[in-house]
Design a protein around this ligand. Sequence first.
Ligand code: SF4
Length: 218
Amino acid sequence: MINFVSENTSSKVNWQGKIVSIQPRTRVWRYLTDNRTHYHLGYNFFIEGHSSDSKKQFTVAISEKQQLKGLFRIDDILEGTAWTKKYEEREFADYYRAGSLKLLDRVNENFEVISPPCIMMPPSIQTYEERGARILSKSLWKTKCFKCIWANMANVEIQWDFDKDIKKYRFETFCYGPKSCKYYKMGRPRTVPYKNRGSALDAGYLDELCTEGRDENE
Ligand code: SF4
């Protein structure tokens, strides 16, 4: 579903819980099928725990600097503060501007599952940027791929009217993993609407362009 923007008041929360997945946090700009640009902003931590606004499962946006400092990983128990999002339609993470991060417990000192789904320390933001992404089936993102470091839920903005600079917003799933991954499924092609004309269809051609720098097994 595509939404125009509504603004909420942002408020500060405290949260605590276990990291169940770490994925890149991205913004994707779409313009018909001519352009799909991925911007890499940091990481999304998917947490099971509790927050002062009564959430038990939530997503926290974390900067690359914070991740480099803490080297956080799946199963870490963390606490911190953050702010609720201002724009429901623009930001997938429930909380952003995280602060006061504190590691409370680490059960996985050495862990690594190399074959997809890849459950390991997430790579640098530059690595995601260089690899590029392909469309990933949303149902796979929710299930088999959820813990994989290459899975991604992107904040997408669609340039709907260039002259008036009107955008529409939605969330989309992508994969930065090896093209040879046996679990990979693209799912349905994605429509990209534009004012006063039928939607264009992103059916895989942009995936080839976005990932042309690597071969099947990279
Ligand atoms: S399809 Fe992509 S996200 Fe899913 S397991 Fe394979 S590499 Fe990971």
